[in-house]
Design a protein around this ligand. Structure first.
Ligand SMILES: Nc1nc2c(c(=O)[nH]1)N[C@H]1C(S)=C(S)[C@@H](COP(=O)(O)OP(=O)(O)OC[C@H]3O[C@@H](n4cnc5c(=O)[nH]c(N)nc54)[C@H](O)[C@@H]3O)O[C@H]1N2
Ligand SMILES: Nc1nc2c(c(=O)[nH]1)N[C@H]1C(S)=C(S)[C@@H](COP(=O)(O)OP(=O)(O)OC[C@H]3O[C@@H](n4cnc5c(=O)[nH]c(N)nc54)[C@H](O)[C@@H]3O)O[C@H]1N2
Ligand code: SF4
Ligand SMILES: [Mo]
Length: 725
């Protein structure tokens, strides 16, 4: 193996023996694979096709899968290294119990299940059913997401179920439903290739949706222009035609100003607006209330740049608008999304070739997972848990009376607040690491310490699982068959490559056993395999906006994915939505929504004069429990840092590579400064994938968007100082 540069060796010192881990004899010593399994990457919403090499019931490597149309064999660094999770020495091989003074000790499944069930029953008898909450995650397949929704409502019989997509996709989802009546990217990525102008708002495409970069480059090869809206000049922005360095939290002011230019310069598609939309008059009037100068003052983007962006967008024949968490992780995340959609609708560029719109889904199954029922307000098929007809339909599918179906519960951050307040006493979590990923981690730690009982299902001992009484050893992505839905809305097949190692069990087997022990077999015992669950999901989604009825395992495999909605077996699936220019809203039209700028929950002041924004790096994934264990990825970015502009750094005597302190109203961190000219001088950026003292979420704010209840990860205020020595 080539020797690592001294600087990197130094940085990885002390990270523990698991880094650069290789099995005895090395990976090569494992010999040739016995089989190649076509499946998908376990990480982000791009859901790249990949082939896993398997030998002796172990994943020993990967091969590109060039036939899969979305990524055509391409992978990012995480996809290339993902196979190293399998065989990992940190992998949980049996259930664990936390014993005071001893830490975690290995126990048998009988003890693990009986303790969990006894505690759930004790807490529910003493405090009521809703005193037990469940938190879930959308790295899980559609089958597991559906099962969790049914499990929480029929086995735990609680209304307190929510999921980690609450930190991710919910502002986009709420905005999409308001405007289009349906929550999915409106097009497959093939339409990006035909777009004349591509506008990317609040998305670090090259690092976070790396394969989308390839689509944008191919469009640019045909002459497409690229506009990027981000407080940082991200890697893709370095090549764009126009970069708008928006002040964090000010996107709606910017987009409303662009709409004003479209109106004033006659670039609105009046025929489309008149025939296919409603709400235009109010939206138009609102847009004309803010002057360009005022929008420029709020957003920090020059008037000329706003006008230029509006003209580039307004004069194009085809266009594609993409956004992600940069505009969505705000207390006005939904407003920001709606202000983008207003630009798409005003120019009538939707439902045609090369005319597209989409939020870029974050987590692996961030799309499918938000459709089939582990959101607190939702039932499968993207049905509304408070709509009497929707409730009756699902009650019939599940064989219960409608009154037995719990009502809407609270969202993820609200559940954590209720744990802190003592209203929720026990927690079951699967696939969620809130200690690292929720804002204000000191608060999250103290909330979890108050629980009377906590069982976590994970394959690694995450930082949140450190608080658990019982940890159930669940399964990796490659250990269970299922389906997932990519950012494009394409339903794809996840194939099982290996069995769970040691005593670990599949997530599905764990949930089914818990349901059995809770005495609710009659709703679950018919599930003998993942396909049984999918077939029930198909029926449960039938007639909903996210209709999967016509999708079968066989079709997915034969067709390399099927786009929902797909309401009948013979239906071809729907790569491009709204082609007939009708929308599944109450009036069949797309809805404009008037948006007015409002400040963020925190704005800079004398005590905390600097804006903090947070996000990602290409080599780490989410809370890092998976990618911080893969040596090859840690080598590329071993620890978090503070991106800071040279002017701001100089003001505080901060030097590149030297430690600096960042303090907010909630906590403080000491990290190395990374002095770069690619960030606004009033803003610093910290990647959030690390736990403990290096965690960005020690600083962030628990304030929520009033509609989507997403936390304001993208803006809080801090003071900074240089640390000598
Ligand atoms: N490498 C990697 N890829 C990932 C993930 C990962 O953890 N690592 N996670 C996946 C998931 S779950 C998600 S949600 C996606 C997230 O994908 P993205 O949303 O693209 O990633 P982020 O880094 O969270 O934020 C994107 C950008 O928002 C900018 N930004 C900050 N504040 C504002 C603002 O107020 N306005 C605007 N316009 N921009 C702002 C930041 O500078 C940043 O460049 O990535 C997915 N892909
Ligand atoms: N400051 C700041 N905070 C953020 C963000 C930000 O931009 N800034 N982004 C937010 C966003 S967009 C997101 S999506 C969240 C993500 O936050 P989380 O969802 O908490 O992050 P993950 O790392 O996905 O945590 C999932 C846990 O589930 C486990 N897991 C993964 N797959 C499976 C599986 O198949 N089965 C089981 N049983 N367990 C599994 C992993 O080991 C891990 O411990 O973070 C949010 N937090
Ligand atoms: S992390 Fe995302 S872009 Fe990278 S290989 Fe996996 S699915 Fe593809
Ligand atoms: Mo996300």
């Amino acid at each position: 193996m080539a020797k690592l540069p001294a600087s990197i060796e130094k940085l990885t010192e002390g990270f523990g023996p698991h880094l650069n881990y290789e099995p005895p004899g090395g990976w090569r010593g494992r010999g040739e694979p016995e089989k190649l399994v076509k499946t998908h990457c376990c990480f982000c919403g791009q859901q790249c096709g990949i082939q896993l090499k398997v030998r002796d019931n172990r994943v020993i490597g990967f091969e590109p899968w060039e036939d899969f149309p979305f990524n055509r064999g391409k992978l990012c660094p995480k996809g290339v290294k993902r196979y190293m999770q399998d065989n990992h020495p940190d992998r949980l091989l049996s259930p664990l119990r936390r014993v005071e003074g001893q830490g975690f000790v290995s126990i048998g499944w009988e003890e693990a299940f009986s303790t969990t069930v006894k505690e759930i029953q004790r807490v529910q008898q003493k405090y009521g059913r809703d005193a037990v909450a469940m938190l879930s995650g959308v790295s899980l397949t559609n089958e597991k997401s559906y099962l969790v929704g049914k499990f929480a409502r029929l086995a735990l019989q609680t209304s307190e179920l929510d999921y980690n997509g609450r930190l991710c996709m919910v502002s986009a989802g709420a905005g999409n439903k308001k405007a289009f009546g349906l929550d999915r990217a409106a097009n497959s990525w093939a339409d990006i290739l035909e777009a004349d102008v591509i506008l990317c708002a609040g998305t670090n495409v090259a690092e976070c949706s790396p394969i989308t970069t390839d689509y944008i480059w191919r469009a640019r090869d045909r002459g497409a222009q690229l506009i990027m809206v981000d407080p940082r000049i991200t890697p893709l922005a370095r090549t764009c035609d126009l970069h708008l360095p928006v002040r964090p939290g000010a996107d709606s002011a910017l987009f409303v100003a662009m709409l004003r230019v479209l109106i004033e310069e006659g670039m609105v598609d009046e025929a489309f607006v008149g025939r296919h939309t409603s709400g235009w008059e109010e939206t138009r009037a609102k847009a004309l209330e803010t002057s360009l100068e005022e929008a420029s003052r709020i957003s920090g983007v020059e008037v000329e740049a706003i006008v230029k962006a509006a003209r580039m967008w307004g004069q194009a024949k085809t266009s594609f608008l993409l956004h992600a968490r940069g505009i969505e992780h705000h207390t006005k995340g939904v407003d920001n999304v709606l202000s983008c959609i207003n630009l798409v609708l005003a120019t009538g560029r939707i439902g045609r070739p090369g005319c597209g719109y989409g939020t870029i889904t974050g987590q692996g199954n961030g799309q499918g997972g938000r459709e089939h029922g582990h959101k607190c307000d939702q039932l499968p098929g993207n049905r509304d848990i408070e709509n009497p007809e929707h409730r009756q339909y699902i009650a019939d599918v599940w064989g219960i009376s409608e009154v037995e179906l719990p009502h809407k519960g609270h969202t993820a951050q609200e559940i954590m607040n209720m744990i802190h307040d003592g209203q929720i006493k026990a927690l079951l979590s699967i696939c969620f690491n809130p200690v690292v990923s929720l804002p204000d981690s000191n608060f999250t730690h103290s909330a979890l310490d108050k629980l009377e009982h906590y069982t976590a299902i994970d394959f690694f001992l995450s930082e949140t699982a450190h608080h658990a009484d019982i940890v159930l050893a669940g399964s990796l992505h490659e250990e269970e068959e299922g389906t997932s839905t990519s950012a494009e809305g394409r339903v794809i097949k996840i194939n099982k490559a290996v069995d769970p190692p040691g005593e670990a069990r599949t997530d599905t087997a764990i949930l089914l056993e818990l349901a059995h022990r809770l005495g609710r077999d009659k709703y679950f015992a018919h599930f003998k395999c993942s396909e049984d669950i999918f077939n029930e999901l198909r029926i449960a989604s039938k007639g909903g906006t996210a209709d999967y009825y016509g999708i079968t395992y066989k079709r997915i495999e034969d067709e390399l994915g099927v786009f929902w909605p797909c309401p009948e077996i013979g239906h071809p699936g729907t790569p491009r939505l709204f082609e007939d220019l009708t929308f599944p809203t109450n009036d069949g039209k797309a809805h404009f929504n008037p948006v007015a700028y409002r400040p963020s929950a925190e704005e800079p002041d004398e005590d905390y004069p600097v804006i903090l924004t947070t996000g990602r790096v290409v080599t780490q994934y989410l809370s890092g429990t998976q990618t911080r264990r893969i040596g090859g990825l840690i080598d590329l970015c071993p620890e978090p840092y503070v991106e800071i502009h040279p002017d701001l750094a100089a003001k505080h005597g901060i030097e590149d590579g030297k430690p600096m302190k960042v303090e907010s109203r909630r906590g403080e961190v000491v990290l190395k400064a990374k002095v770069v000219t690619t960030i606004r001088p009033d803003t610093i950026f910290i990647p959030y994938h690390w736990a403990g003292k290096m965690s960005a979420n020690l600083l962030t704010n628990r304030a929520l968007d009033p509609v989507s209840k997403i936390p304001e990860f993208k803006k809080s205020v801090v003071r900074i100082s240089c640390l000598k020595g």
